[in-house]
Design a protein around this ligand. Structure first.
Ligand code: DAH
Length: 437
């Protein structure tokens, strides 16, 4: 396309030269059509543009040709208005109008591309300008009446425009992405080698904590943890513990039955029997924590399900003093050395003698306050010297051995430790409560 500018220059001069003799509008129109119409030199140049090197270079040439064409139009128009005022310049459908349209579509696409700020908008523009329903596509459908080489010229212009629009969108996307990355680098400074936030792991439930503390203290005295089934037989839950059918004490341990012989254990005491049967030869020092069940309606102080920790010692010549000392040590280890303990006479079918076991109130230190109902003492559970019949039921000779046992409520012990006044709180899974411990 070298020399195009020269050719345009001489074309311009020839055009003016040819117009010099035009006397009326018809003659001007003839000359104008000869230069700019189909087959004329200017239109020829337009069809030759396709030989340009790159889409952008070809577009630049088309724009140049359009300017010259407008220039020639204006010259012709001015001349007509001079030689024959009132007459018009002939305007026929030529390749120029569609090419002009292609050029202006390209312009508006470029200015829209420059304004987008995100990926979504980029994709939207791609559909608008390059999609099946784009202006360029419908333009191509409307040029059927033009000559073939003109149609080719427009097709080529339209292809170039599409190419240039796609390039512009692509470049803008690259630009947006690098701005985005630069912004992130500046504001967020992601360090991908930095360890992630720790996963929330929760913690051991307060009842389990208390149970484990009890286990730790008693293990340090040589006791072993022994577990038993929560579904228990009538014999272990009652008879072996000296509570025969019809015994009035059964009412205290009314539980849930699967069959007349099978029930949810009402206390951890049956594990005493199981432990003696398993270990056989004293000395036996065990504790047995676990879940128990009773037919009680839920209230502030009781639930139909709860936990106990039972203790059993079988040895030679054990005394109430041994028992009390052990329990005193356990209580003071858990609650602090300022706590005092006491035993009160009571009754359990499986111990003789039997006691209730009390601990001084932690809030008033024994003086009496609202939370201990002004008694100064809080009850933790029962204890006593193991009944000879219970030893026998466990397969142990009461002539040679004796023992002591206790059964404390774990919830009760946790309430004592943490001054909780409603047992139901332990089972409501309310994190505001649980997270305190
Ligand atoms: N099993 C009794 C209850 O659930 C508690 C108990 C009292 C256990 C005295 C014992 C004991 O081992 O000696 O109420």
């Amino acid at each position: 396309m070298s020399g195009l500018l020269d050719r345009l220059q001489s074309l311009n001069e020839q055009f003016r030269e040819a117009l010099r003799d035009a006397r009326n509008a018809d003659e001007v129109n003839q000359v104008h059509w000869f230069f700019t119409g189909y087959g004329g030199p200017l239109t020829k140049l337009l069809t030759e543009v396709a030989e340009g090197e790159s889409p952008s270079e070809r577009m630049a040439l088309r724009e140049r040709l359009l300017t010259v064409k407008q220039d020639l139009d204006n010259t012709a128009r001015t001349l007509i208005s001079r030689v024959e005022p009132g007459k018009q310049l002939d305007t026929r459908v030529t390749a120029w109008d569609p090419v002009q349209q292609v050029v202006s579509i390209l312009r508006s696409a470029r200015s829209e591309v420059a304004q987008i700020t995100d990926e979504l908008a980029a994709e939207a523009l791609r559909t608008t300008y390059l999609g099946r329903k784009s202006e360029l596509r419908s333009l191509l459908k409307s040029i059927g009446s033009l000559q073939e080489d003109e149609r080719k010229a427009i097709g080529s212009a339209s292809n170039d425009a599409q190419q240039l629009i796609a390039d512009a969108i692509g470049q803008r996307q690259v630009q947006l992405e690098s701005t985005r990355l630069a912004d992130i680098a500046e504001t967020e400074a992601i360090d991908i080698t930095f360890p992630g936030p720790p996963i929330g792991r929760g913690h051991v439930h307060v009842l389990t904590q208390v149970q484990r503390q009890i286990e730790t203290v008693l293990e340090s005295l040589g006791y072993q943890v022994e577990l038993g089934p929560e579904v228990e037989t009538e014999w272990y839950n009652f008879e072996a513990l000296n509570i025969p059918p019809g015994h009035p004490a059964r009412e205290n341990w009314d539980s849930f039955y699967f069959t007349p012989d099978l029930l949810l254990r009402a206390h951890t005491s049956p594990v005493q029997i199981r432990a003696m049967q398993r270990i056989k030869e004293p000395p036996i020092y065990i504790i047995t924590p676990g879940r128990c069940y009773r037919r009680d309606a839920p209230e502030a102080t009781r639930l139909p399900y709860f936990s106990q920790v039972e203790g059993l010692a079988v040895d030679k010549a054990l005394t109430v003093g041994d028992m009390k000392g052990t329990l005193l040590y356990m209580i003071q280890s858990l609650y602090g050395e300022e706590r005092k303990v006491r035993v009160r006479p009571s009754y359990f079918p499986f111990t003789e003698p039997s006691f209730e076991f009390d601990v001084t109130c932690g809030i008033c230190a024994g003086a009496g306050c609202k939370s201990c109902r002004h008694k100064g003492w809080l009850e933790v559970g029962g204890c006593g010297m193991v009944h000879p019949q219970v030893l026998r039921n466990g397969g142990i000779d009461p002539e040679k051995w004796n023992g002591y046992a206790w059964g404390f409520g774990i919830e009760r012990m946790a309430m004592l430790k943490h001054d909780v006044d409603d047992i139901r709180l332990f089972y409501e899974s309310d994190l505001r409560f649980l997270e305190q411990f």
